[in-house]
Design a protein around this ligand. Sequence first.
Ligand SMILES: Cc1cc2nc3c(=O)[nH]c(=O)nc-3n(C[C@H](O)[C@H](O)[C@H](O)COP(=O)(O)O)c2cc1C
Length: 401
Amino acid sequence: MTETLAPTPVLPPLQIGCHTIESPVVLAPMAGITNRAFRRLCRRYGAAGSAAGGASGATSLYVSEMITSRALVERTPLTMRLIEHDADEQPRSIQLYSVDPATTARAVHILASENRCDHIDLNFGCPVPKVTRRGGGAALPWKTELFRGIVSAAVREAAPYDIPVTVKMRKGIDDDHLTFLEAGRIAEGEGAAAVALHARTAAQAYSGTAKWEAIAQLKQTVTSIPVLGNGDIWSAEDAVRMVRETGCDGVVVGRGCLGRPWLFTDLAAAFAGRPTRVQPTLREVTDTLRLHTVYLAEFFEDERKACRDIRKHIAWYLKGFRVGSHLRASLGLVDSLTALDDLIGTLELDQPWPGDAAEGQRGRAGSERHVVLPEGWLDSQALDDRLRAEVAQAELSVSGG
Ligand SMILES: Cc1cc2nc3c(=O)[nH]c(=O)nc-3n(C[C@H](O)[C@H](O)[C@H](O)COP(=O)(O)O)c2cc1C
């Protein structure tokens, strides 16, 4: 009789405050992407990966696209829609972008007292010039007391409701102005439930490679709460390698799952110690693409809008498959589910998973840049009245990190 050994999990479940996340994987918040529709797809694939191993209800954490504290306090219709979750989403996670403690407190109070979420992630990673120009996003942790005030306000308001607050950040502004170790220590001291590091500076934006050594450094510095690693995980193997190389307690996956939500099946399987990997045929890929569009139509309550939105996902879904440029262009103009079905019907759907051609980098890349900051921002880590007024403006028209 042969004895079957249970696979050995790579890591224990991830504890984020009161939430036990069986598979230590987090869907990175991505503006314009991680809405309720995409999260539903990722959640289904994650659960499939967990169930295959017999784990009970194993889940990952799927973070919403970012909302700004100010828009939440003003209850703008778009923001109120973005914070909705499916009835079976657990924990209900929301990412908040904030630039001042008072608005943060009000926003968190709304989320907590109105029972609108179970986890709040604070975004300190946005590198876009219109945000850093005012001292927001990845520029903000440089002003340590402002950073402390925001984290502390969020934790204070969320604590009575047992809602954990986590911090997501970059390494710093540039290589000469690294902030992550001090910010990690501050977040830990103020009661954050975990810290996540995208191991790039704002100057790197999405260029070059993430410096995973920084994740290892953070793990050695922040010792009482989980440290999550983020940056350049394109496969389940990358995720496991990041854990082995850095000692991090879990991983945050962004671009790797674009057009590839089944990566969450792979990740759940890999972390459970199983070799299962999803390698869909083009027929299965287009079934998922279509389902994504249907979910978007439900989310937007508008089929045309859903079709416009799915366009940006099409190249990611089709990466590596043999699909002519003319067809790709037509798919990029799709405006109804019927048109989508017609175009899918013309594809050679029995193509197997193309392997390497479909793997690897997808989504944003770009090149290193000079980080635009308010005048005098780097002169001191303290905030004077002029800069305080400037950073208060950093919340206008923000989108994504
Ligand atoms: C389209 C897009 C939108 C993003 N929006 C956000 C955001 O709203 N909040 C945030 O903290 N990070 C945001 N990010 C950054 C990701 O969460 C993640 O940190 C980054 O992509 C690095 O991880 P990756 O290499 O796995 O993609 C965004 C990234 C992309 C590509």
